[in-house]
Design a protein around this ligand. Structure first.
Ligand SMILES: NC(=O)c1ccc[n+]([C@@H]2O[C@H](COP(=O)([O-])OP(=O)(O)OC[C@H]3O[C@@H](n4cnc5c(N)ncnc54)[C@H](O)[C@@H]3O)[C@@H](O)[C@H]2O)c1
Length: 392
């Protein structure tokens, strides 16, 4: 296989998540040759990370013209994802696009069509639902697939954060025009749904949602604020909020190829106003032989529940985590791996797929998966408005 350090990455976006991509790529030995963002932040990011080619003024088209970029990482805000994806595919670049793939399914359908048109000879395309690449999530998937938990009965969980708890907390995601019609569910709930669907090996067929906006009016600074940072309280102006702070979501999954999932019911609570919870994506899968639970805030262990035997805590890197997971973890048990490592493992999977000429399995989310998450969000909003189940 071509070594990963022969592949060269260009990153668009220098906010919270752009540098997460850069750090993970550098840890993999991938060359990061180009960066694009606002002129000042592109320059300072390039200086910090030693990136030779700098494209300011958000000039992603110039980055795409560089012969020194094989793979483009799109880490800009949601509303420019589709145009940047379509242009990257046209330029023949492989793409890792941040979630969500776009603002509406009408526009994300265009990305799926472009990927399909390019076919197997065209660029590899991934959407960054990297929660799939936590070893715990892969382990839970292997347990479901092998039938360790028996027939799956139901799935339950949450994705809770608190960084938008106060009415003075501001980020572009709060505005539907910037982030999309759904916020808490669109921004973090889709990570939960994608992870649940990945573990089960089944797609969502119908949804029911109740969405709530606690702060109908918030106050914001005049300028922009980087994700997870505080606004200057002296410059705040009121605005009305058109996205949800939290929501309850019911999902009905279809059947899996392995036969252990058939019409499974799932429920999840999603909130960005849950005090004390920083990034708790928690998921429980309950079957006829046992259950398994995991929380991203304790990413290295899973709790296996049995009715007639003692429960177990299984730890990554120790007996109990199966061979299927071994290729997705680099450090021994007890040496914690977490959020940055899930990005690293996802990019390794994508770059190995490119380097091997598509010989490795596609575990990462595809354009079609990203498109389906956007369709799901639209169905969830429709359900919440109409107060009824909506089929996909
Ligand atoms: N996978 C994950 O866990 C995860 C986590 C956080 C964010 N995200 C996704 O990453 C994206 C960025 O989120 P963030 O939190 O880093 O936001 P951010 O606001 O912190 O950063 C956005 C960056 O994009 C740049 N930018 C703005 N307009 C641009 C344009 N037209 N072209 C190029 N760059 C532009 C900004 O200058 C800024 O550097 C979002 O789509 C978000 O959903 C994913």
């Amino acid at each position: 296989m071509t070594p990963l350090h022969t592949l060269r990455a260009g990153v668009i976006g220098t906010g919270f998540i752009g540098p997460v991509h850069i750090e993970a790529l550098k840890r993999l030995g991938v060359q990061v040759t180009a960066i694009c963002g606002s002129t000042q932040s592109a320059r300072s990011t390039a200086e910090r990370w030693g990136i030779p080619e700098v494209y300011g003024d958000h000039d992603y088209a110039a980055l795409y013209r560089s012969p020194n970029v094989d793979v483009v990482h799109i880490t800009s805000p949601n509303k420019v994802h589709v145009e940047q994806c379509l242009a990257a595919l046209k330029a023949g670049k492989h793409v890792v696009c941040e979630k969500p793939l776009g603002m509406t399914s009408r526009e994300t359908r265009r990305v799926v069509a472009a990927v399909n048109r390019a076919g197997a000879a065209g660029p590899v395309f991934a959407v960054n639902y990297m929660c799939r690449f936590f070893p715990a999530v892969l382990q839970m998937r292997a347990m479901v697939q092998r039938g360790d938990l028996g027939q799956i009965i139901h799935v339950q969980g949450q994705f809770f954060q608190d960084w938008l708890l106060k009415d003075t907390d501001y980020n572009w995601r709060i505005l539907a025009s910037e982030g999309g019609a759904l916020r808490a569910v669109g921004d973090i709930g889709t990570h939960w749904i994608d992870a649940a669907s990945f573990i089960l090996g089944a797609k969502v067929e119908a949804v029911f949602a109740h969405l709530e906006t606690f702060h109908r009016t918030r106050r914001r600074p005049r300028g922009e604020v980087k994700t997870f940072t505080q606004a200057d309280p002296t410059t705040l102006v009121p605005y009305s909020v058109d996205t949800e702070d939290f929501g309850s979501v019911l999902l009905r999954f279809g059947s899996s190829a392995h036969g252990h999932v058939n019409g499974v019911h799932a429920n999840a609570s999603i909130s960005q106003v849950a005090a004390g919870w920083k990034c708790s994506l928690a998921l429980g899968i309950y079957g006829t032989k046992g259950s398994v639970r995991w929380d991203l805030q304790q990413p290295n262990e899973i709790l296996v529940g049995r009715r007639d035997e003692p429960n177990q805590i299984l730890q990554r890197g120790t007996a109990g985590f199966s061979e299927d997971v071994a290729g997705f973890t680099d450090y021994p048990g007890g040496h914690a791996e977490g959020f940055p490592d899930s990005h690293k493992m996802q990019y390794r999977a994508v770059y190995q797929h490119i380097a091997s000429g598509r010989q490795t399995p596609v575990l990462f989310a595809t354009a079609q998966d990203g498109h389906q998450e956007v369709q799901l969000c639209e169905a969830l909003l429709k359900s919440s408005t109409a107060g009824r189940w909506v089929k996909l």
